[in-house]
Write a protein that binds this ligand. Structure first.
Ligand code: HEM
Length: 466
């Protein structure tokens, strides 16, 4: 339990090499497809509850297991707050820490309120329409496809439409390319020299913010020129998150607009967080469905049942989504085995003790999903793909945490659930597929779990579309 502390024993662990710390061991375990090994080796050696290591150029204290997750989630803003490695901040943030710190608390509150609106903006029918169009343009009449880039196109197009009302594929592709460069930089060695991936990511992020600023200005003009509030209500601009941000008022209805750079940074974060993790999850689902015909058949059965209950051409609605119970269990099992967010960093905002160890103010901490998702204590026979784990009450609290927990829990969770299920509804009813690469195209955690070659598959259309 936390207690006021003035000093004491630091958690056990090893700091590894200067600067790189234990980064190579962490990276290697991910490359081999077993990121959990890094954690379990240390939990066995030092303590099953807590250990210290050195990653991303910092000493990091890892809190393990369900107890560690619960502790960090429930002490947000009491003992800990979010922390991002400086290399990621350098890519994503335009303002210095000094400029940000006074705004941070207020900004976080505003941003959370807005992000929580995200799922309210999502009309399942609209998502269904975009999904249908995506399959018609990118999958139908193809014998072979590579899953990862196509799924990325689906999730990014959805995010651009729902967040920015951008539908034009050329503009979507241009933005997607820049986001790809940003993501490559985030996953690279942070050396800021001309030509490095890291350097290119910083430039791409600047360019994205510039483009977003111009989109924001244009949107403001459009909103101002809508002469009455009735017009604004009637226009499609009311639907997107950017409009909500521009017109944002707080809970007391008395707050003015967020400033433009604040909005641009938040949109950048949402577009990045809003397409990369769902892409990884859907790609993993496609891989498991190709490998496990019984699971595929059961998902297909459920989705045919739903399709049969609808009139021809009728779009999906929320009731249909609630019926996709087995499909969601499959998605959860894919997220357990291929955790797209292995964990996240925090920083201690005060001294405290945990499990008898002293955590000084300023310490960097980490909660780790992989330390529970593959733990046989919580998930017997952990390597087995078994969607029934999620039936009934499902896993024990804080053992299955793909979206984090507490006040920082992913604000896109419900949106992600919709986009994943809508995708599954279409893909199984249209095709069966087999992996093209012989053997197992292993997921490599770099740190996102992705098939090494993007999962090329051979499609076989169902003779009668269900
Ligand atoms: C399967 C899909 C997704 C997964 C697995 C996922 C996972 C996560 C996790 C684990 C966190 C918490 C990190 C922490 O504890 O600090 C997080 C935060 C966040 N996610 Fe997601 N996410 C997904 C989809 C989305 C979507 C669709 C959006 C937006 C459209 C989104 C936007 C965000 C944002 C903005 C945050 C930061 C919240 C904050 O700092 O308060 N995510 N996500």
């Amino acid at each position: 339990m936390p207690a006021a502390a003035v000093g004491g024993k630091l958690p056990p662990g090893r700091m590894g090499w200067p600067i790189i710390g234990e980064g190579i061991e962490f990276f290697r375990a991910g490359q081999k497809g077993v990121p959990e090994k890094f954690f379990y080796d240390r939990m066995q050696k030092y303590s099953s509850e807590i250990f210290r290591t050195s990653l991303v150029g910092e000493a990091i204290t890892v809190l393990c297991g369900a107890t560690g997750n619960n502790f960090l989630f429930s002490n947000e803003r009491k003992l800990v707050t979010i922390w991002l490695p400086p290399s990621i901040k350098k890519i994503l943030h335009s303002r210095t820490d000094h400029q940000r710190c006074s705004a941070d608390e207020d900004e976080t509150k505003k941003f959370r309120q807005l992000s929580n609106q995200l799922v309210k903006l999502v009309n399942v029918g609209l998502m269904d329409t975009i999904a249908r169009r995506h399959f018609e343009s990118n999958w139908d009449n193809k014998k072979e496809v590579t899953v990862y880039p196509l799924v990325k196109n689906y999730t990014f197009s959805l995010a651009c439409w729902l967040i920015l009302s951008i539908d034009d594929q050329d503009r979507v592709n241009e933005l997607s390319k820049m986001f790809g460069t940003v993501m490559d930089g985030i996953m690279s060695i942070p050396i800021d020299l001309p030509g490095t991936k890291f350097n290119r990511a910083i430039k791409a992020s600047k360019l994205i913010r510039k483009k977003l600023l111009s989109i924001i200005k244009q949107k403001k003009i459009t909103l101002c020129s809508s002469s009455s509030s009735e017009n604004i209500k009637a226009s499609t601009h009311k639907q997107d998150l950017l409009t909500q941000m521009i017109q944002f008022t707080d809970d007391e209805n008395n707050c003015k607009f967020m400033n433009e750079m604040e909005i641009a940074e938040k949109i950048l974060g949402l577009l990045l967080g809003g397409h990369e993790p769902p892409t990884v999850v859907i790609t993993a689902i496609m891989k498991y469905l190709a490998e496990l015909p019984d699971v595929y058949n059961e998902v297909l059965r459920e989705q045919i049942e739903i399709a049969k209950s609808k009139a021809p051409g009728e779009l999906l609605n929320l009731d249909d989504i609630q019926k996709m119970r087995y499909s969601w269990n499959v998605a959860c099992e894919a997220m357990r085995l291929a955790t797209s967010s292995q964990g996240a960093f925090r920083q201690a905002i005060t001294d405290f003790t945990y499990e008898g160890y002293f955590i000084p103010k300023g310490s960097k901490l980490y909660w780790s999903g992989v330390s529970t998702h593959k733990n046989p204590e919580y998930f017997p026979d952990p390597e087995k793909f078994n969607p029934s784990r999620f039936e009934g009450n499902g896993p024990a609290p804080f053992t299955f945490v793909p979206f984090g927990g507490g006040p920082r829990m992913c604000p896109g969770k419900d949106y992600a659930r919709l986009e994943i299920l809508v995708f599954m509804h279409h893909v199984v009813r249209r095709y069966k597929w087999e992996k093209l690469l012989s053997g197992d195209e292993k997921l490599r955690f770099t740190p996102l779990p992705l098939p090494a070659k993007g999962l090329p598959v051979r499609l076989q259309s169902h003779p009668h579309q269900f």
